[in-house]
Design a protein around this ligand. Structure first.
Ligand code: TYD
Ligand code: MG
Length: 456
């Protein structure tokens, strides 16, 4: 095939160059030029670009009400936690990117999905990383019935697409997108230009044929998938597969989803026989110690569409450093600094000479502000070296003037706490229910000082 015309485009400002150079002349950024294929875009006599013009070259305006749209066709994968994160099943013709650290279990999850869907959506597995022998031995080690699965070891996108068109699977897994390349580009496989081009071809293919595609993407050291988030814009859904290396549990999180809620969590446990679903995950994010410990608090977080009980631990200790350490794992570092300042100013707790470490149990990352209050309660408990006297949960956002602000879905969070046998809940006043719970004492607070008093 003749080489397509390419150009070097700055990924920061979009300026175009014929040759690669280290610095963009337009925005002065370094190392931002990436090679792109220039699509042939015939321009008609009036200057309208083909593809955007309607009949006779004139664009047509349509009322939204006149647009005929069908419901998207979804197929449940049969893996409940994956379906939850996808928003209720896999949408026909959708492209889903699954990102995660190497070895976290992406290939295993997708092989299981291919197995679960085999009868309804016959699949094809394209591997650029492992040999067919490796794939097959893993499938048999995990006890997956994948005898009928079609596989392809190939990394050149120009050779993959004709094979897909010929085989006509309903579901394709590309493992991984970083190993794929287009022979139209001179850039090395794995570079931003190649990953982007390969993904663009596959997205176009999926939209034209209605075949659903899973792309596996490795997370770079900075935490993004393959460079400056080039892929996230192109695909329909981005799921991250996370978990601590020492932990058995894996969390699948929807980061973007055109067909469902974001921040939805799916929880899996690794086993000899592959990933198992954890339908009631609240239990695993509690550290499980019977005796109440100083420095521990339980929050009710709501990531996605279900409430979760998660333990947060704090260690406050006299610092030998002139600049004490403040370390947050599973929470945002700046938020911790802010909370400590509020605690000092409005809670009357002087801990500026103490090291403060905060950790969220189970390797889960909490993004919502409802974690503010339980984090401060854990810090207080560690500082006083006194555990909570009752099994207590808390949630609530802490404002800069020491006020406790309400968070969404308070009732639902309280119900989850009551179900798991908690005896006391410290909550923002606006979240306190009118009617109490039988065994759950509700402590409604307006200000941080009220919450600290409740534990005095
Ligand atoms: P793998 O799926 O290859 O990870 P990734 O594709 O993200 O790099 O999984 C890594 C290894 O862990 C692999 O040898 C299989 C093993 N594994 C299990 O034994 N059980 C499990 O439940 C999972 C998820 C993985
Ligand atoms: Mg893999």
């Amino acid at each position: 095939m003749a080489k397509a015309k390419t150009a070097y485009v700055c990924t920061e400002c979009g300026a175009n160059f014929n040759k690669w150079q280290g610095q963009c002349d337009a925005c002065q950024a370094w190392n931002t030029l990436a090679e792109f294929v220039l699509e042939a875009s015939p321009v008609n006599a009036k200057g309208a670009r083909a593809g955007y013009a309607g009949e006779g070259g004139a664009a047509r305006v349509t009322k939204l009400a006149d647009v005929v749209h069908g419901e998207e066709t979804r197929t449940a994968t049969g893996i409940g936690e994956l379906d939850r994160v996808l928003g209720g099943g896999l949408v026909e013709g959708s492209v889903v990117l699954i990102g995660g650290d190497p070895g976290i279990g992406k290939s295993t999850l997708l092989l299981q999905t291919l197995g679960a869907l085999e009868a309804r959506l016959p699949g094809l597995y394209v591997t650029g990383e492992e040999s067919l022998g490796q794939v097959s031995s893993r499938a048999s080690r995990l006890g997956l019935q994948l005898g009928g699965l079609r596989c392809l070891t190939e990394t050149c996108i120009e050779r993959i697409i004709p094979q897909l068109a010929k085989e006509k699977p309903r579901l394709v897994v590309i493992d991984s997108i970083q190993t794929m390349y287009s022979d139209q580009l001179a850039a090395a496989p794995g570079s931003v230009s190649q990953v982007r081009e390969a993904a663009a071809r596959l997205v176009r293919f999926a939209k034209e044929t209605g075949i659903s595609v899973f792309l596996v993407g490795h997370v770079t050291k900075e935490g993004g998938i393959a460079g400056p988030r080039v892929l996230e814009h192109m695909v329909d859904a981005v799921l991250y597969f996370e978990g601590e290396s020492g932990s058995r549990f894996r969390i699948l999180r929807a980061f973007k989803n055109r067909f469902g809620a974001v921040n939805e969590l799916g929880v899996f446990a690794m086993s000899e026989l592959g990933l198992k679903e954890v339908p009631n995950p609240s239990a695993i994010f509690l550290s499980g110690s019977r005796e109440p410990q100083p420095g521990s608090a339980v929050m009710v977080t709501r990531e996605g569409t279900r409430p979760l009980l998660v333990e947060v631990q704090a260690l406050v200790d006299q610092s030998p450093l002139s600049n004490p350490r403040r370390v947050a794992l599973g929470l945002e570092q700046n938020r911790l600094a802010m909370l400590l300042a509020v605690m000092h100013r409005h809670g009357g707790l002087a801990i500026y000479d103490q090291d403060v470490f905060v950790n969220v149990v189970g390797g889960i990352r909490i993004q919502e502000t409802a974690a503010d209050l339980p984090v401060l309660l854990a810090i207080l408990s560690s500082f006083r070296d006194r555990p909570m006297d009752l099994p207590t949960v808390a949630f609530g956002e802490v404002g800069l003037s020491g006020e406790i602000r309400p968070v969404p879905n308070g009732e639902e969070r309280l119900r989850e706490a009551a179900t798991h046998g908690f005896r006391r809940a410290i909550v923002p006043r606006a979240n306190a229910p009118k009617k109490g719970y039988k065994d759950l004492e509700i402590v409604a607070v307006d200000r941080l000082s009220d919450a600290l008093d409740a534990l005095a």
